[in-house]
Structures are given as C-alpha cells and as structure tokens.
Design a protein around this ligand. Structure first.
Ligand SMILES: C[S@@+](CC[C@H](N)C(=O)[O-])C[C@H]1O[C@@H](n2cnc3c(N)ncnc32)[C@H](O)[C@@H]1O
Length: 424
C-alpha cells in the first residue's frame, strides 16, 4: 500500500466520489461520505486531480452506515451504499443543482424536490449479469473482473432466485459472457438474454426453458456481442413480457428498453404528465415502447412517438392497440431525422428522454427552429442535461421547473425531469 493521505471530504460529487482538496489539488475519493475525515490511498494520479480510495475512516460522517450488501466495496454495481438513503437523495439534489449552475449557468432554478424510490433495495426489474470463468455477477469497481455473487440487493427478489440456476447454465455453455433478465413484477414473468461468443445450441436453450428454469421464465434469446451492440441469433419461447403501469399495459420485447425501477413507474409517468399539461399536437422523441407517449395521448389531441430502435417502435404500436389509443402513432426515426422531417410544423409539446450522451447539437438546433411551446426533458445524466439546458435557455426557453426522480438508489445515477417553456 502506498502512503495514506489524510483528507477532509467536503461533499459527494457525480460518480459517487467524495470530494476533497489537498494542497490545492482536487482528490476524488471512493467510498467516502460527505463531511468526514479519512485516510485514503492514491490509486490514480493525473495532472489536475488525484483518485483515492478510503482505507480508514478517522472521523465518521453521521450519514455513514454499514452497507447491507456483503459484496459492497468489491462489486462495482453500487457506489454509495455506505451512505444512508436520506443522505443519498440529499447529495443527489446538491449535485444536480450544482451541475445546473456550473455547466448550465442556471442559478435560480425552480427546484420541485425529489421523488424518492419507494424501495431502497430490490427495486430493479432489468439486470445484466456478467459471466467470467464460472463466476456470475458484476465487474469489480476497479477492474473488469467479475465478482461472484449469490444475490444482488438491487434486483427484485424473484430475479435473485434464478442465480443458482444460471450457475448450472454457465457450466453447460462454456463461452457465456452475459445473462440479461427482464422481469415483470405485475405479471410474474421474465425473459432472458444469453450472450455468448459462439452460437449456443438451440436445443440446449429449449431444454433450459422447459426443464431448468421455472414456468415464469417464458423466453430466452441467444445473442452475440459486436463491440457494444448485441446481435440476436435466435429465440426460444416468448420474445416479450407484459408490464402494467396503473391502468396501462405494455408489451416489452427482449430488445426494447423499459424503466428499471418498478416502484416509481406510476409516479414517474404522473410527473411527466403533470409537466406536459394539455396539448394539441405533441411528439415524444425517445418514446421506447410508449411508456410516456401512451398515457400522454389521453391529455391531448394527437401525439407521435419516435425512437431509433425498431423493436421499441413495434412494441409501442402494439401497445397503442392494446390500450385502445387511436390518437397516437409511432415512427422509427432518430430524434434528428424526426425533427428534420417536421421542420416548420407546429408542436405545442415535445418530450425528450435521450440516452446518457444527451442531445446532439444538431438536434437542439432543429428544436430551436421548431420552437414547441413546451419541452419536457427527462434526463439520466446531469452533466449532459445541464449542457443541453444551457443551449436551450439561451435559445429562447425558460426553465420552469425541475424535479429529481430517484430511479437508482445505492448508485450515483441521477434522473430528473424538467419543463421548459418559450419565454425568458
Ligand atoms: C432512456 S430510454 C427512454 C425510453 C422511454 N422514454 C421510456 O421511458 O421507456 C431512451 C430511448 O431512446 C432511444 N434512442 C437512443 N438514441 C436515439 C436517437 N438518436 N433518436 C431517437 N431515439 C433514440 C432508445 O432506443 C431508447 O428507447
């Protein structure tokens, strides 16, 4: 172990690190809590900052707690489990507002508070387990080595019951790299993805589906991985599960996205509906399977959902039918293509829910040309969110309100919803 540094940790920053200063230099400290003194070992030295890891807590923060998960500290899935949930939410608020100020130049924000997760643990219904040398779990926090786990406290209890069965599958499929689970807590059914280097024998996956897994596992797809993209080879059993969010039903295929924290589904939709208000013509440019679009269709004359993923669009079209919505249509298009095609058309509402990378500059330019009366921006990355809000507010929008939706307890991820309206 190299020399330990005594650090005064001021606060948490994005990424789940503690923030400290040493001789004017910033130190990002893993496994630290806000307002505590620690002895930490430097693990990375850069020109502008150091990265360190706590080896000893000298003066503990009242927010520090014993992490309930036995793998915490090794497994990289969680970053802030050693901090009470109340403090996690408070720290996320501080980070969000600070980021909006620093990057977005938005100092005086109408912050509406937080929607905390209804469950601190066992809230996740979608999970991607990594597989390596007969181990199953997630990468270590410091390297791409799988920590072998028997359960994950973040995932739904039902998903954890599959882990011993996954071990049997791993023994039979020697080149398995990942197992993904999509579980429906409202229908008690799950679909799986088996990601392997080579084609897995189809009769083997059929055998797993029929004999190894319980009846509520309804389908398995075999996939290969090309860079970071999954390529489907075939499927056995069903391709999808159904999820219920209040009165709405959603078919979700193995290749479509669905919100991971089921305890907040209804409230999250409610939040987006409230911010959206009523409208004549709306568009939802990252619509997925219609999670927001379909409930939104009840509040306006006409809405169109667009998504770059063809599987999500197929599901969304199906979902419009099973929910008897006739004033909503779906299109396979990137947000850029959609906006380009509709330049000059009048929208009074546009909903955005981009991936972590946020919006493209060209997408924002087209949005500013189109100038819908209201934009509801849902973001899972405060850094790109603040960057995009800065351009939108300089382009003629006012940031009317922001709310934090804590979809990801125990992790550093921050989800938020903002309403932007035309005007200063
Ligand atoms: C965070 S998910 C949100 C989906 C949906 N709003 C929901 O809540 O279920 C982001 C979605 O954006 C889609 N997507 C990614 N890049 C896109 C792009 N350039 N244009 C349109 N959709 C995109 C993905 O396929 C995914 O469905």
């Amino acid at each position: 172990m190299s020399k330990l540094l005594r650090l005064n940790v001021e606060k948490l920053v994005y990424g789940g690190y503690g923030f400290a200063k040493l001789d004017g230099k910033t130190v990002f400290v893993r496994f630290a809590s806000p307002r505590e003194i620690v002895d930490a070992e430097v693990i990375k030295e850069k020109k502008d900052f150091l990265e360190a890891v706590v080896r000893k807590v000298v003066l503990s923060s009242p927010a520090r707690r014993e992490p309930p998960c036995p793998y915490y500290g090794e497994c990289g899935g969680c970053q802030i489990q050693h901090i009470t949930y109340e403090e996690q939410v408070r720290a996320k608020r501080e980070i969000l507002l600070e980021t909006l100020k620093r990057i977005g130049k938005l100092g005086d924000v109408n912050y509406e508070g937080e929607l905390p997760s209804k469950k601190e643990f066992n809230y996740r219904v979608r999970v991607q387990f990594k597989v390596q040398d007969q181990r199953i779990g997630f990468y270590r926090w410091d390297r791409k080595e799988v920590v072998d786990i028997n359960e994950c406290l973040l995932v739904h209890e039902k998903v954890n019951t599959l882990i011993p069965l996954f071990r049997e599958a791993i023994r039979a499929v020697s080149d398995l790299q990942e197992i993904h689970v999509q579980y429906s807590p409202t229908r008690d059914e799950a679909i799986l993805k088996f990601v392997s280097i080579t084609h897995t024998d189809e009769s083997l996956l059929k055998e797993f589906l029929e004999d190894l897994f319980p009846d509520w596992v309804v389908g398995i797809g075999n996939y290969g991985k090309l860079a970071n993209t999954l390529v489907k080879r075939y499927k056995v059993g069903r391709e999808h599960v159904f999820m219920d969010v209040g009165k709405w039903k959603f078919r979700v295929s193995n290749d479509s996205f669905f919100q991971v924290n089921y305890t907040l589904w209804e409230d999250f939709v409610g939040e987006v509906l409230e911010k959206s208000g009523t409208y004549r013509k709306g568009a939802d440019l990252h619509c997925g399977v219609g999670f927001f679009t379909i409930p939104l269709s009840e509040r306006g004359n006409f809405i169109e959902g667009a998504d770059a993923n063809p599987s999500a669009v197929k599901d969304a079209e199906y979902n419009a039918r099973i929910n008897n919505r006739e004033n909503v249509i779906f299109t396979e298009a990137t947000a850029y293509k959609y906006l380009k095609r509709h330049v000059g058309e009048l929208f009074d509402l546009i909903v955005l829910d981009p991936p972590r990378s946020g919006l493209l500059k060209e997408e924002i330019e087209l949005l500013l040309k189109n100038k819908p009366e209201r934009i509801v921006y849902i973001s899972c990355n405060p850094t790109t969110f603040a960057r995009d809000l800065r351009i939108l507010t300089r382009g003629g929008y006012r940031l009317s309100s922001v709310k934090l939706v804590d979809n990801f307890p125990q992790t550093y991820h921050i989800e938020s919803v903002a309403l932007l309206e035309v005007g200063d």
